[in-house]
Design a protein around this ligand. Sequence first.
Ligand code: SF4
Length: 443
Amino acid sequence: MQQDRRHAICWISLGCPKNLVDTERVLGRLVERGWLLCERPDDADIVIVNTCGFIQDAADESKQLLAQLGQLKKNGCAGIIAAGCLVERMGNALSSDVPEVDAFVGLADADEIEAACREIIRGRGRLFTRKPHAAHNDTGRLRITPRHYSYLQITDGCNNRCNYCVIPLIRGPLRSKPLAAVMEEARELLGDGAKELNVIGQDTTSYGKDAGGEDLPTLLSELCGLDVQWIRLLYTHPAHLTEAVIKVIAENDKIVNYVDIPIQHINDNILHRMNRIAGRKRIEDQIARLRAGIPGVILRTSVIVGLPGETHEAFEELLEFVGETRFERLGAFAYSREEGVPAYDFPAQVPEKTKQKRLGLIMRRQGKIAAETARAMIGKTVDVVVESKLKAKRSLWQGRTYGDAPDVDGIIYLSGKGLEPGMFAKATITGSRDYDLEGEILA
Ligand code: SF4
């Protein structure tokens, strides 16, 4: 048994922060059990890809990477393992698309992954395992994010069943993590050097709806009792965001004045076709409550253009709404027709050319708003985190303001004395470059 452990594993994590948490959980288990890890696929005996499969483009990217990695077997790599969402979504059908892959394991499970590694080392043929959806204990993670921030996943799965979304098919029904388990994990992450906790799930505002008794305001208040610098709430849902959540954010300095609230659209007919539960009025009320309840709140949202049945008028309504509401942060996507969900069979599919044209119009409108929002920050003093030194200009550092989530929002270029990675400080905004900012750290 012991010989297996000398082999080195390289792990590649695709997709969203929830996939990243799965990756960190399994890496922690593998190291605990004595497996070696390496950064470069070329140096590995086994390469594992935690795949993404929520839209076709992501699925294609995962397959292309798996096929490429398959070439490493010509240079002594023992095997390639596909794990995660694409395996969950496609099941056995994936094995014919990527013949290079030796093992397929559903949502990352350390036992299954380890068993697959052993089988590959023993040169035993292709295997496929997929376990029923289960709540995960995410303690003991080997973190691959920069030390100072981490993702804290409080739910997995989703019960909302938006008509265009395959995530419930992949990740299953809503499962909230018990409050005690979340707190244990949060303490462990903070003990391991994290100072910023990004609270995630498919719909964090559904926390506790499946488990009775636990709720998001209580969880956020409990987290504020810990030695944490920033707590950031991501993936809220306009149908489920409550006054109590807005209040707990407004009353606690540790919870940054930043809320991610994907609206997806604003036209009532399209919202109904999406099965988004919340209509235009509810969304407008939620935004008004957030702006009134949390001074200086930074709102992030995402929208989808080109859902089947989206008329020119419905799109114009969205474009106008984006122009009026002036979200500080906005991500826009063209509808992706995905098998297995109702919208796939909806009539009046929108031509790709029209989708891309609408996407361009939204992004241009938002680009202008984002640049104006950034310019309006000049002269203000805000909380920032210093992240890394800029290679190009050693005197400059890259960081984020409280209003920038990792990986999805803008950055701030920082100058000043005694800067170091993971340092939280105040900076005066001295300039802007489109979405991004420039600032001077206050001594
Ligand atoms: S809320 Fe809707 S879009 Fe988000 S994961 Fe759930 S079903 Fe998908």
